[in-house]
Design a protein around this ligand. Structure first.
Ligand code: IPD
Ligand code: CA
Ligand code: CA
Length: 279
């Protein structure tokens, strides 16, 4: 498969950062058993990976800006182009020695997502996509799964955790979707959740309040693999807002219907408890 010059640049940056992460991942496994634990080491690994991506991309496209998880916004001289980068998606997995993490790089042109590369170095899986050019896993073309009904569907999600997200709302979503589908997975890296939907491994994925760098590259893959994406109640997807519900045409619709039902049930329960004065 011949990759475009743009995808080559992105792939090289992702793989170089991924190789550094692989070395650090080996070290994390040693640090697990130490008293201090690997947390500081992991945030350094994260910053090192971001530095590599930054250096690689700015060397070949010196005028383009960045939106990066650690460094934030870096304006470029070219107002049209911006890289959106998560140097380590799946940090909690990485910290715990679980090989489900990635380097995720997207390109935005005039506010539109036009290319995405996600690399999971531990599994040696490289996902690439460019608008209009299809989506690939290593050198193989990928498509969303063909399954059409919820009972056959395996879905990914993100579970809110300590200090983050709408815990009560998520429980309504979980109750609704787990009783209608073949199963739910919590992978711990949103970029890979999206890549897995693009590759037909998962039938759909939903999560609230993600950041642009969690989703930008995965959305290009998903769309190029024939997937559909919106916000949780079917509103137009906006990568700067970060609410995601996706799947193939059928699963996406069915998922959004279930999420809407969950939201209605929650609303009813909240108004009933307000009327009766219960908590
Ligand atoms: C996290 C992962 C996770 C999602 C979190 C993100 P990080 O990114 O994508 O799956 O549930 O909301 O923050 O912190 O590992 O880069
Ligand atoms: Ca992330
Ligand atoms: Ca991250």
């Amino acid at each position: 498969m011949a990759r475009s010059a743009l995808l080559n640049v992105m792939t090289q940056a992702a793989m170089k950062a991924g190789r550094a992460l692989t070395r650090d991942f080996g070290e994390v496994q040693n640090l697990q058993v130490s008293m201090k634990g690997p947390a500081d080491f992991v945030s350094n690994a994260d910053r090192r990976a971001e530095e590599i991506v930054f250096q690689e991309l700015s060397r070949v496209r010196p005028d383009w800006g960045f939106l990066m998880e650690e460094r934030g916004e870096i304006e470029g001289r070219d107002p049209q182009h911006r890289w959106i980068v998560d140097p380590l998606d799946g940090t909690t997995n990485f910290l715990h020695g679980i090989p489900m993490f990635s380097v995720s790089i997207a390109l935005e042109r005039d506010g539109q997502l036009v290319a995405g590369v996600i690399f999971n170095p531990a599994m040696d899986e490289l996902y690439t996509a460019e608008k209009g050019g299809g989506a690939f896993l290593n050198d193989r073309r990928i498509r969303v799964a063909a399954r059409k009904t919820l009972p056959e569907g395996l879905f990914g999600t993100g579970i809110p955790f300590l200090g983050r997200g709408d815990h009560a709302g998520f429980l309504y979503e979980l109750r609704q979707i787990m009783s209608e589908t073949a199963g739910i997975r919590r992978m711990g890296a949103a970029s890979l959740d999206l890549a897995y939907v693009a590759a037909g491994r998962l039938d759909g994925f939903w999560e609230q309040a993600l950041q642009p760098w969690d989703v930008a590259a995965g959305i290009v893959l998903l769309r190029e693999a024939g997937g559909f994406v919106t916000g949780l109640s079917g509103e137009k997807f906006d990568h700067m807002r970060g609410d995601v519900a996706c799947g193939n045409e059928f699963m996406h619709k069915a998922l959004v219907d279930q999420l809407k039902t969950a939201a209605q049930k929650r609303k009813r329960a909240t108004s009933t408890s307000a009327e009766t004065g219960s908590a």
